[in-house]
Design a protein around this ligand. Structure first.
Ligand SMILES: *Cc1c(COP(=O)(O)O)cnc(C)c1O
Length: 420
C-alpha cells in the first residue's frame, strides 16, 4: 500500500465502510422487541398499571443500583431530567447556575426553563468544565453547577466537587453523553447531588426518547417526583412527606421504560467494547507529533463514545479531517462559524439574547435577578480555540480490532504526511 494520501490519489486505508457510530440503537434485538410486545399484549402501556412490577420501576431499580443512589426516577427526556433536578434542588428565579460553554443547548435551556440564569464557563483540554473558570464565575447568586461529561469524558469531579463544597453550591451531573462511564471508580451521574441521563437515540443506551434522574436525598427526590407530574400525589399519595408543588408532563411511557430496561442490561457490554476499541487506537497514536490527544481525566472510566484529538490550529484540523475522510475514516472538526452547532455556546441564541419563555418576563428580568451576567459570542475564547482545533471520530461498539487498527493507521498516515 502506498503512503500517498487518498486525497492525493493514493490508496485509502479503508475501502469497506466502518460501522456507523450509533451505539445502543444499533444493538437492539429480539429482547427489545419482546419487551415492547409484552407491554402491548398485557395492555399496560402506562407504568402505574403494574405498580412495582412495571418495566419502568424495574429500570429505576437497576439504575439506582448501578449508580449507588437510593432514588431514581425515569422521565421522558434528558432535558426533563435536568429540569426536575433543578426543581428538586429548589433552584429558580434569582439564582445563577454555571454551565460549560460546550454542551448540548438543553443544559442551558433547562436552567432558563426553571427561571434561573445560566452562567457560561470555559472548558479546558478535557473539553469538559474548566474547574478554575468555574470558580472564577461563582457569585453570591450561584446555587448550582452542571458539569457535563461530554462525549463520554468524565469531568474533573474531584476539583469541581471540592470547589462546589467550599462555596456551598449544588452539583448536577449531566451524564446524557456518558452513561456507563466512571470517575475514579464511581459511576458518572452518581457523584454529584443529582445525576441526569438521556435515552434519546444518539446516546449510549436508548429508548428513542427518555431520561433518568438519580439522587441520594429523599426530600430532593420528592420534589423531583412532583416536578415530573402535576398530579404525582394522585398515583402515590403515601409516598411523599412534603407539600405538593406544581409539576410538568414528564412521565415516561411504559413502552419506553421496557426498551430502556433491556438496554440497561446491555450498557456495561457496550461501554466495555467501546473502551477497548478506543484505547486500542489511542495506544497507537499516543505521542504522535502533529496532534495532541484530548486530556481524559480518568481514562479507565472513559465512556468512549468517540475519539478526539487536537491539531495545532484550525486550518490543520480541517486538513486532517478532510484527509481522514478520504482514507475511509468518517470524522469532522467541532467548531466553525458557518455551522450553527447547538452544542457550542455562540449558537445558544435565546440565551445570548436573554430571551425567556414569556414576552412579559425572563430570568434576567430585574424584578428578580440582581446579578450582572453578560453574554457574547467570544466570551469563552479558550473553549472556541480548543473546539476549533478538535478532530472528532465517532466510535461504535461493533468496531473490530482490525477496524480500530485501520483507524489508527489512517491517523498516523495523515498526520505524519501533513504535520508541519
Ligand atoms: C442529549 C443531551 C441532553 C438532552 O437530552 P434529551 O433526551 O435530548 O432531552 C442534555 N444534555 C446533553 C449533554 C445531551 O447530550
Amino acid at each position: 500500500m502506498s503512503d500517498r494520501l487518498a486525497i492525493d490519489g493514493g490508496t485509502p486505508v479503508r475501502s469497506a465502510p466502518l460501522p456507523p457510530s450509533w451505539l445502543g440503537a444499533y444493538e437492539m434485538g429480539v429482547e427489545e422487541e419482546e419487551a415492547v410486545l409484552k407491554v402491548l399484549r398485557e395492555k399496560r402501556v402506562f407504568r402505574y398499571i403494574a405498580k412495582e412490577e412495571s418495566e419502568t420501576a424495574r429500570l429505576e431499580k437497576a439504575v439506582a443500583e448501578f449508580t449507588g443512589r437510593d432514588y431514581a426516577l425515569a422521565v421522558n427526556s434528558g432535558t426533563a431530567a435536568l429540569i426536575c433536578a433543578l426543581v428538586g434542588l429548589d433552584i429558580g428565579p434569582g439564582d445563577e447556575v454555571i454551565v460549560p460553554g460546550y454542551t448540548y443547548i438543553a443544559t442551558a435551556a433547562a436552567v432558563v426553563t426553571v427561571g434561573a440564569v445560566p452562567v457560561i464557563a470555559e472548558v479546558d483540554n478535557s473539553l469538559t468544565l474548566d474547574p478554575q473558570d468555574f470558580e472564577r464565575k461563582i457569585t453570591g447568586l450561584t446555587r448550582a453547577v452542571i458539569p457535563v461529561h461530554m462525549r463520554g469524558t468524565p469531568c474533573r469531579m474531584d476539583e469541581i466537587c471540592a470547589i462546589a463544597k467550599k462555596h456551598g453550591i449544588k452539583v448536577i451531573e449531566d451524564t446524557a453523553q456518558a452513561n456507563g462511564g466512571k470517575y475514579k471508580g464511581k459511576t458518572l451521574g452518581g457523584i454529584g447531588d443529582v445525576g441526569c441521563y438521556s435515552y434519546q437515540m444518539s446516546k449510549t443506551i436508548t429508548a428513542g426518547e427518555g431520561g433518568m434522574v438519580v439522587t441520594g436525598d429523599r426530600l430532593v427526590f420528592e420534589r423531583i417526583l412532583m416536578a415530573h407530574d402535576s398530579a404525582f400525589g394522585f398515583w402515590k399519595p403515601d409516598e411523599t412527606a412534603i407539600r405538593p408543588i406544581p409539576g410538568e408532563g414528564f412521565r415516561i411511557s411504559e413502552v419506553s421504560g421496557a426498551i430502556a430496561l433491556v438496554q440497561m442490561g446491555r450498557l456495561r457490554g457496550i461501554v466495555e467494547r467501546l473502551h477497548e476499541a478506543k484505547y486500542r487506537i489511542v495506544n497507537q497514536i499516543r505521542g504522535l507529533a502533529g496532534i495532541t490527544l484530548q486530556d481524559v481525566p480518568d481514562e479507565s472510566g472513559d465512556a468512549s463514545v468517540c475519539l478526539m484529538f487536537f491539531a495545532p490550529d484550525a486550518e490543520t484540523a480541517n486538513a486532517y479531517a478532510k484527509a481522514l475522510n478520504a482514507e475511509g475514516v468518517p470524522c469532522g472538526t467541532m467548531f466553525s462559524k458557518e455551522i450553527p452547532d447547538r452544542h457550542i455556546y455562540p449558537n445558544w441564541t435565546y440565551v445570548l439574547e436573554k430571551r425567556g419563555r414569556s414576552s412579559n418576563w425572563s430570568p434576567w428580568h430585574p424584578s428578580v435577578y440582581k446579578g450582572s451576567v453578560e453574554y457574547s459570542k467570544d466570551m469563552c475564547p479558550k473553549t472556541l480555540d480548543y473546539l476549533g482545533r478538535t478532530i472528532h471520530i465517532g466510535l461504535s461498539p461493533k468496531l473490530t480490532a482490525a477496524d480500530s487498527d485501520d483507524i489508527a493507521r489512517a491517523i498516523r498516515k495523515v498526520v505524519t504526511t501533513l504535520a508541519r
